[in-house]
Design a protein around this ligand. Structure first.
Ligand code: ATP
Length: 241
């Protein structure tokens, strides 16, 4: 039986008079990697922010269920302790803290000291560049390194659901490849993931299912492999056709 980890129903968000999200439905089942793709300004980030309680004061309607519980209006810190983690666009690392401190902050809801230390070592193994720079302030890292740190920090909380906003943005091709390799591995380990991306090809290749968002509405959804082969998706998002 499929179990919803996240279920968004008729979500609407308006910034003053601007309707950014116009009544969308979306669900992510346990263990799935689901991607939400769409052009600039389609409303993808706004959707993620509505889920994580990080929107500025603006009008939100509809329902957001996380693990069967309504969370619309919850604060982001409450959600982290319920094991819902987000890596925001622009990374959001603590720039005045060291890399090591950032990783430990990611585990602030845990109290298994030995497990936390083992996880820090695990992430240093995956991203050796972070280990080399562990005592350096996070603000001095390159964009790609900050993305690595932001992902590792979010995963230090052992999330049930991980939300990623444009993890490939502004990164070199090699870095993008590395980040997607980590996303695929984390998904294979069983973490449920909602991935917002403009790189439709890479994200549909990695995902189980996908949604296309245009001007605040979901215009298409389905199996990611089918979407990769869909002429409309190819023409609009994959630079083909
Ligand atoms: P991008 O990939 O560029 O981040 P997106 O699909 O994530 O695009 P959103 O950032 O969610 O899109 O923006 C959706 C719409 O809402 C856009 O028209 C944008 O201009 C508007 N918008 C976003 N944030 C605000 C804000 N704080 N105040 C007013 N309008 C906003």
């Amino acid at each position: 039986m499929k179990e919803n980890v996240l279920k968004v129903s008729q979500l609407k968000v308006a910034y003053g008079g601007i309707k950014a999200v116009k009544g969308i439905d979306l669900e992510v089942n346990r263990g799935e990697l689901v991607t939400l793709i769409g052009a600039n300004g389609a409303g993808k980030t706004t959707t993620l922010k509505a889920i994580t309680g990080t929107l500025p004061s603006c009008k939100t309607e509809g329902e957001i269920f996380y693990l069967g519980k309504q969370i619309r209006g919850s604060q982001s810190f409450q959600l982290v302790s319920q094991r819902l983690a987000m890596v925001p666009e622009g990374r959001g690392v603590f720039t005045r803290m060291t890399i090591h401190e950032n990783l430990l902050m990611g585990a602030f809801t845990r109290d298994d000291k030995a497990g936390i230390e083992a996880d820090v070592e695990k992430w240093y193994g995956i991203f050796p560049r972070l280990k080399e720079r562990s005592a350096q302030l996070a603000g001095t890292l390159s964009g790609g390194e900050q993305q690595m740190l932001a992902m590792a920090r979010a995963l230090m909380s052992h999330p049930e659901l991980l939300l990623l906003d444009e993890p490939s943005m502004g990164l070199s091709p090699i870095m993008v490849e590395k980040i997607f390799e980590v996303i695929r591995n984390v998904s294979a380990e069983g973490v449920t993931i909602l991935l917002v991306e403009q790189n439709a090809k890479l994200s549909l290749q990695a995902a189980h299912r996908g949604y296309v968002m245009e001007s605040g509405v979901i215009t298409m959804n389905g199996d990611a492999k089918d979407m990769l082969n869909d002429p409309k998706v190819q023409a609009a998002y994959l630079g083909e056709g």
